[in-house]
Design a protein. Structure first.
Length: 221
């Protein structure tokens, strides 16, 4: 029932991230209930997805780790500084099955595994302050870019079965109201499986499938 406010942020710039949180703190009297980390930058030309790692430039690290992982940490630090004094809040990392199985590239897997471990360790330190952290593995998400591409499948998965961004958002919203959130804190979840737990469907009434079996199992944490 609130109003959205779009803010510009260069996630390569720590000061820009901190400025966003300072503005939120000023606008909301220091209150922050939820942070969803979902920043990502692919290697130039996405070449890192079909080229062996030893043939790729080392600066692929800067986009996939320096931005795709580090910016999540910087934002989480800023969020925790607002949440801990008020003893409330949830930090959600949007991760991937790439943690569990070979997917896209070496650096992609490293970045996603790092997000899951980050949530696990943050939750341990935040627990005594009643602040929580989890990581989520969506399936393929039917973003505007994917729809505009005209693709019918991605890596063998039908785009028709993809999750809408709103579906992922509904799972996050349900997490914030979950009376068992403290028990879930620190763990990684498949969004499609959490949606079943919460009896949620996508916008068109479908229940997107879990890709657990395809990728050799579930989360590590």
């Amino acid at each position: 029932g609130g109003r959205g406010h779009a803010l510009t942020c260069d996630h390569c710039d720590d000061a820009a991230i901190e400025k966003v949180f300072a503005q939120v703190a000023d606008d909301q009297e220091g209150r922050l209930d939820l942070l969803v980390n979902n920043v990502w930058a692919g290697p130039r030309g996405f070449g890192g997805f079909d080229t062996p790692f030893w043939k790729r430039p080392l600066d692929d690290w800067d986009s996939l780790i320096g931005l795709g992982l580090r910016a999540h940490y910087v934002a989480s630090v800023a969020a925790a500084r607002m949440m801990v004094p008020r003893r409330t809040g949830l930090i959600v990392n949007i991760s991937s099955f790439g943690t569990r199985s070979r997917l896209h590239s070496v650096l992609y897997g490293i970045s996603k595994a790092g997000l899951d471990k980050m949530a696990f360790d943050m939750a341990d330190e935040l627990r005594e302050h009643d602040v929580h952290a989890v990581s989520l593995w969506p399936g393929i998400v039917r973003t505007e870019k994917i729809v505009a591409s005209g693709l019918t499948d991605i890596a063998g998965f039908p785009v028709a079965d993809a999750e809408s961004p709103e579906f992922v958002g509904s799972v996050v919203a349900a997490l914030t109201d979950d009376p068992e959130l403290a028990e879930r804190s620190g763990h990684t979840f498949v969004t499609a499986e959490l949606a079943r737990d919460y009896d949620l469907t996508d916008l068109d009434g479908r229940r997107p499938p879990s890709h657990r079996s395809v990728f050799g199992g579930g989360p590590l944490f």
